[in-house]
Design a protein around this ligand. Structure first.
Ligand code: PLP
Length: 502
């Protein structure tokens, strides 16, 4: 948690000492070093926090400024703080173990140090843990991946196009892949940029559109990875309540904050599962055009409808390609391990994004692009989707059954999702989602608490439960443990929440 503008008084009171307590023996700077080191080990001085200005600390301790400079230099040499001309000295790390050969943390840039949330990595790790039944990470039924068809397509691609597969490719993506995406999902091929997963698309869009200090409006709650990318580019995030989806509220936010962009998941939203109606979509588009604010629509769950298909995308409604940037991926329909997604947008934006992408990874992987192009052209993709939806429907129904059987309706409320990957459960009364998460983890179950999905606080009584990753029998088998975790959370209302940091 960055502490801004650490005053001398704040610094000493956080450390629980007064300047007069600092020993007067020489060399004085050593005492200052020790003081900061103790603050770091006890956690009262945190990563990203600013130490008091040299002059102020010198005055308070009645020592020369040179003494403070010597202390800060020593701390810097140990990799514990880092000084920036004109900005001050910042805590860069907790002390490294004595045995560490080099203080790498001290070399890490300030912007990288701001990235301390490891929730996503934690989720992925849990999904791999054989001792954990994970309802936390959002993946499709990967055990239904069309492996045989994929193997046969790889064979064909390598027989016919080995040179294309192994050479460097164009940053925008291979022509067959862009063509196939455009004809299956809409847009023109030259409005498509193939990216290494939608997350990369978000990061490129953030770098492309946001200057530090800009405001971005995001649906609230929203996809965690989008917040990371926007914040990483220096954006201030303002939430638009997606459950109310009140268009007047969105207009007020646009007027008040003059945002640089609006980010929405309009279809089977991550995390709530909610879908915006056609009326709201049209209204959003009208506002975006009126106030000239780009909309990034993240439609990564669009194809995962279990009942009716979703209303048309904002991108397809924006026929003149004025304001909407569409983001999509094969992670939720085929497999996240392929790392292939795409951005569809007006040509100048695709061009700018390609220039940014070439700095990151040159291009998305050719072999995966070629196989995906073949899957789209031959109808293999659509045949797979039919089977995937059937399986997801069974898993959704199993989850409804499990939640009804093992949780009480007065404690857990949920709407049955019409698609996507998640149940969004509301806890009533005193129970906290972080406590449920903790208790469930002790039983070998992973669920996601709601608070990381909020840009501005909230979600402490909400749980995201992914219904697609586990087979119906495993969902049913997890019922008693999840039921116990929830019931016990009502008995331990004050339990300290634990942040899932690695
Ligand atoms: C809404 C949303 N956008 C983007 C992504 C990132 O997808 P990809 O695996 O393609 O990077 C996810 C993945 O969880 C998501 O849920």
């Amino acid at each position: 948690v960055p502490q801004k503008n650490q005053s001398v008084n704040g610094f000493f009171s956080a450390l629980g000492v007064v300047p007069a307590d600092v020993p007067r023996e020489r060399p004085m700077y050593r005492h200052l070093v020790g003081l900061v080191e103790r603050g770091l080990s006890s956690g009262v001085l945190r990563q990203g926090g600013r130490l008091p200005p040299e002059r102020d600390l010198a005055r308070a301790c009645r020592v020369s400024r040179t003494t403070v400079v010597a202390a800060y230099r020593e701390l810097e040499a140990k990799g514990l703080v880092r000084g920036y001309v004109g900005r001050g000295t910042f805590v860069s790390a907790a002390p490294e173990p004595e045995t560490a050969p080099f203080a790498w943390r001290g070399k890490v840039s300030t912007s990288a140090l701001q990235m301390s949330d490891s929730t996503v990595r934690h989720l992925v790790r849990m999904a791999w843990d054989p001792n954990v039944v994970s309802f936390a990470a959002g993946q499709p039924a990967l055990d239904r991946f069309p492996t045989d068809a994929f193997r046969a397509a790889v064979d064909r691609v390598l027989t016919r196009h080995a040179a294309v597969a192994w050479h460097n490719g164009p940053t925008e993506g291979l022509a067959p892949c862009r063509d196939a995406i455009a004809s299956r999902f809409g847009g023109a091929a030259d409005q498509i940029l193939v990216v290494s997963g939608a997350q990369q698309g978000l990061d490129l869009l953030a770098r492309c559109l946001i200057d530090p200090g800009d405001t971005a409006i995001v649906d609230r709650p929203t996809y965690l990875g989008a917040m990371h990318s926007f914040r990483g580019a220096g954006a201030r995030l303002v939430g638009w309540d997606i459950r109310r989806a009140d268009i007047d509220e969105l207009e007020e936010l646009m007027l008040r904050y003059r945002p640089k962009l609006v980010y929405l998941n309009p279809t089977f939203q991550n995390p709530t599962g909610q879908t915006l109606s056609i009326r709201v979509r049209r209204d959003v588009l009208r506002l975006a055009e009126r106030y000239r604010v780009p909309i990034i629509e993240d439609e990564t769950s669009r194809e995962l409808h279990l009942d009716e298909p979703a209303p048309p995308s904002l991108f397809s409604l924006d026929e003149r390609r004025t304001v909407v940037i569409h983001l999509n991926t094969f992670s939720k329909t085929l497999a996240p391990g392929l790392r292939v997604g795409w951005v569809a947008a007006a040509r100048p934006i695709v061009e700018q994004l390609s220039l940014l992408k070439q700095r990151v990874d040159l291009h998305a992987q050719n072999l995966a692009q070629l196989v995906i192009a073949e899957f789209l052209e031959t109808g293999t993709f659509d045949r797979h989707l039919v089977k995937l939806r059937d399986e997801h429907r069974k898993r959704r129904d199993a989850m409804v059954e499990m939640l009804r059987r093992h949780t009480s309706a007065s404690q857990v409320r949920f709407a049955t999702p019409a698609g996507g990957l998640y149940f969004w459960c509301q806890l009533s009364g005193q129970a906290r989602a972080r406590v449920v998460q903790e208790l469930a983890e002790r039983e070998g179950l992973a669920v996601m608490p709601g608070d990381p999905f909020y840009p501005d606080g909230g979600g402490t009584q909400e749980l995201r439960v992914c219904f697609t990753t586990q087979a119906p029998d495993r969902i049913a088998a997890a019922g008693p443990a999840l039921g116990r975790a929830i019931a016990d959370a009502y008995r331990t209302p004050g339990a300290a929440p634990r942040i899932p940091m690695s």
